[in-house]
Design a protein. Structure first.
Length: 455
């Protein structure tokens, strides 16, 4: 099987397809602070003839703005005083993929540099790359899978916006968790998403219904850390674009309503330079000492790094007892009430972090897990016994309950500053501060309904 039949292309293969007029659009994409793909659609002929280096430029505010793309103050990277100049988007030619839901289109993921060629530390892809290099210094590399849930509505994005997101019709009107009948109602959309992602070079495993009305999950095979996070971003963008083309909409927001939220469970394991599993060993539950230290690091520093696992105001609405979203920083063997669930046997043993929601920035979340784990290894932290029973009722450290709490913990974390550097920590603290301040200034529908007449 060639790279092209898997939906992935080499640089030379891309140039051949452009010459044959089989590709006419090249998307050059970076990832912003919210984990979204941003960039430019470039004419393929211009790309082949004039962009041999694969570098385009874009405004620096893409890494210093909020969800609404507002030019907010307080970032060292860029500001009105600094003129909001350009950054360079440098193509990573190992990442070329087809975009099957658009005709004759490919995408290339880019790293971010200054126009003088210096890396931009706050770029999410590069934050993760730094942690990948730290693993490599020990002769290790990581494998991860990100399991995204979303809710589908039989309402277009435009109609949803115009209605103020009220009276939207979910694609299923009852709990369809594992239901074949329930998922068949949405199979035209889900099937198109699955086939499109397969043709974009992803290995699709399965699709299943979830608990909330209209909620579903498409699962993909694990990959190396940066590659999987690239896939995550393209899948999330593509699922929304395909839904829009079908006259529907879907949301990955962490907590859409009072029912179950959208999770993004992240599985993580390590292998060495000989491709041997690092987490498998002769210890309890088949764990190596490295795995025990690595997992202990998650428990010890999960609160300090929670901002990177739950980056938005809405993220914290998921953490409700009895909701399958964790509240206690505990680990257990196949225990879904814990923040960290150990699964697999022998070479496949790994942990699943259940903290992130569907709104997470995937690069930052995986980087946080690696950083916490490496700190646990460096310090030789001991792992407490596996928790059994209902972790919601346990006397244990808790996942932060608000974005402000997580922001302050991250800001004051020596572990975060050692792993990521002051520039990165200060940048993401400011991004969180902007969200907190914006939310505090907003008047919600809840306040109006509760207080307009009765207070």
């Amino acid at each position: 099987m060639t790279a092209m039949t898997r939906g992935r292309l080499s640089r030379d293969e891309l140039l051949v397809l452009i010459e044959r007029d089989e590709v006419d659009t090249v998307i050059l994409a970076i990832t912003d602070l919210q984990g979204r793909l941003q960039g430019k659609r470039v004419d393929a002929r211009f790309f082949a003839d004039d962009l041999t280096s694969g570098v385009v430029e874009g405004c620096s505010y893409l890494l210093a703005s909020d969800v609404d793309m507002r030019t907010v103050d307080g970032f060292a990277l860029t500001s009105w005083e600094r003129g909001y100049g350009d950054l360079a988007f440098k193509a990573d030619f190992a990442t070329i993929r087809r975009v099957p839901w658009f005709e004759r289109t490919v995408i290339i993921f880019c790293d971010v540099e200054t126009t003088d060629g210096a890396p931009v530390a706050a770029s999410p892809r590069q934050v993760l790359q730094r942690q990948v290099r730290r693993l490599a210094e020990r002769g290790w590399y990581g494998l991860t899978g990100t399991e995204l849930e979303f809710i589908v509505f039989n309402t277009s994005y435009e109609d949803a916006w115009n209605s103020g997101y009220r009276h939207m019709v979910p694609a299923n009107q009852y709990n369809v968790d594992y239901s074949l009948q329930g998922t068949s109602r949405v199979e035209p959309l889900l099937g198109r998403i699955r086939r499109s992602m397969r043709d974009a070079g992803m290995v699709v495993e399965s699709v299943k219904g979830e608990c909330n009305y209209g909620q579903h999950e498409v699962a993909f095979k694990y990959a190396t850390l940066v590659d999987k996070c690239d896939e995550h971003g393209l899948y999330k963008l593509g699922a929304k674009e395909i839904a829009a083309q079908e006259g529907q909409s879907l949301t990955f927001m962490a907590k859409y309503d009072e029912r179950e939220g959208n999770s993004c469970h992240i599985h993580l394991s390590l292998r060495d330079e000989h491709d041997h599993p690092v987490f498998a060993g002769d210890g309890d539950h088949g764990m190596s000492s490295v795995f025990q230290h690595f997992l202990a690091g998650q428990l010890a520093y999960g609160r300090e790094l929670a901002l990177l696992l739950a980056p938005n105001i809405n993220s914290y609405k998921r953490f409700v007892e009895g909701s399958f979203a964790p509240t206690a920083l505990l680990w257990g063997i196949d225990n879904r009430t814990c923040a960290f669930r150990v699964v697999g046997h022998g070479p496949s043993i790994r942990f699943e972090c259940r903290i992130p929601g569907g709104d997470v920035n995937q690069y930052m979340a995986v980087a946080a897990l690696v950083a916490a784990g490496l700190r646990g290894v460096e310090e030789g932290l001991s792992l407490a016994p596996a928790f059994t029973g209902n972790a919601y009722a346990a006397d244990a450290p808790r996942v932060p309950t608000t974005l402000r709490e997580a922001m302050e913990l991250f800001d004051n974390s020596a572990v975060a500053r050692d792993a990521f550097g002051d520039e990165v920590v200060d940048h993401y603290v400011q991004a969180a501060r902007v969200e907190v301040d914006t939310f505090n200034a907003a008047i919600t529908d809840w306040e109006r309904y509760r207080g307009f007449e009765r207070l």
